[in-house]
Design a protein around this ligand. Structure first.
Ligand SMILES: Cc1cc2nc3c(=O)[nH]c(=O)nc-3n(C[C@H](O)[C@H](O)[C@H](O)COP(=O)(O)O)c2cc1C
Length: 341
């Protein structure tokens, strides 16, 4: 009788152990795939919304920013936001990360580190560069520039995945590096003072599988600068033939792009003068250039011809005006109609 009981207990133990081992394996092997400009992530191939607000991962000035809460919670961690100090504290297992909005100093287990790009808030969501979290929490990062996807691998998957993706991880750990190295040959450049053109530019980049670059004014435009019913800065620049507002930063590897979309808002029927600064800073000969704009109602009109005169040697295609709320369907139909590779 004792023997039977012993055998039964042993069997029960092994059953429980097997279930527990499976549970641990399941928990520790995880792949999360995010796509630039997509509000859906794949967690172990299951589709999940990043959040209820439709937050999307973005590349801003060649920096990849992710909505951290969704990712950290998926890997079993927690996120605490302190609005007073504008700090974020992330915890996963024994690892603790502290970040401050707009600060390039971050702390991993109380050790200070310098970030490539500071955390930022977009549309009320905390977004931060992927590398720091990935390294801090032991995740592998694989960036696919053609698909514009970021794959995070946690747990024992890291062993097998990293074997196949070591090259990608070491060569292109972050999208900012990949942007400089990828094989894509299409770039979407845009200037946007109030984000209308930005929205269209992001849809074009998604439809064309293109890299994206925001023209950032060295001196940002305030709302007073844009108040076109007054003698505002924007009006003064538009009325000054020699105005060339300074740009902060440059496009890395402009040479590798053979197709460049150029987007801007219409200001008094024309492209803002900062677009002229941009056009005069690069050599467009041999490139296909496609202008696009947003406006209250004005067509793209002569704004495109005036930009074309600054791109000698380019194959200049007809441009297109979009309204601020252009749909993804409209934008991608236009991109498809261009017949790009
Ligand atoms: C200084 C200024 C001048 C503008 N001039 C025009 C115009 O001539 N025609 C028009 O339809 N919209 C005009 N607009 C509206 C913008 O073109 C429109 O809001 C655009 O979508 C803004 O794009 P953004 O958010 O990317 O900056 C003007 C806006 C500003 C600030």
């Amino acid at each position: 009788m004792k023997k039977i009981l012993l055998v039964l207990l042993t069997l029960i133990f092994f059953c429980i152990a097997a279930v527990a081992v499976n549970a641990v394996d399941f928990d520790s092997d995880m792949t999360i795939q995010l796509k630039i400009n997509s509000p859906v992530m794949l967690v172990n191939n299951e589709e999940k919304s990043i959040d209820e607000n439709g937050t999307v991962p973005v590349i801003l000035n060649s920096r990849t920013l992710l909505p951290v809460r969704a990712v950290v919670e998926e890997i079993g961690g927690s996120v605490e936001w302190n609005a007073d100090t504008r700090t974020v504290e992330l915890q996963s297992g024994d690892n603790n990360i502290k970040l401050e909005i707009d600060s390039t100093t971050a702390y991993l287990n109380n050790e200070p580190h310098t970030l490539d790009a500071p955390p930022t808030i977009i549309g009320g969501r905390t977004m931060l560069p992927i590398r720091f979290i990935a390294e801090g929490f032991g995740l592998e990062v694989n960036w696919d520039s053609a698909e514009q996807t970021i794959t995070l691998v946690k747990g024992s998957d890291v062993q097998s995945e990293s074997a196949s993706s070591t090259e990608a991880v070491t060569e292109a750990t972050t999208a900012e590096e990949a942007t400089a190295q990828n094989d894509g040959n299409i770039l979407v450049v845009y200037f946007s003072a109030t984000n209308n053109t930005k929205g269209v530019a992001e849809k074009i980049a998604e439809a064309a599988g293109a890299d994206i670059y925001a023209i950032t004014p060295a001196v940002p435009y305030t709302s007073a600068d844009l108040d076109y019913n007054t003698e505002c800065r924007a009006n003064k620049e538009q009325n000054d033939d020699s105005a060339r507002p300074e740009i902060s930063g440059t496009v890395e590897n402009m040479d590798k792009y053979d197709t460049v979309f150029i987007g801007y808002p219409i200001w008094w029927g024309q492209a803002p003068k900062i677009m002229y600064t941009f056009m005069e800073s690069y050599d467009f000969s041999g490139k296909t250039v496609i202008p696009f704009c947003t406006s209250g109602s004005s067509p793209i009109g002569s704004s495109a011809e005036n930009m074309q005169s600054l791109a000698s040697g380019a194959d200049w295609l007809d441009g297109r005006r979009f309204s601020a709320g252009a749909s993804s369907d409209d934008v991608s139909a236009w991109v498809r109609s261009l017949g790009l590779d």
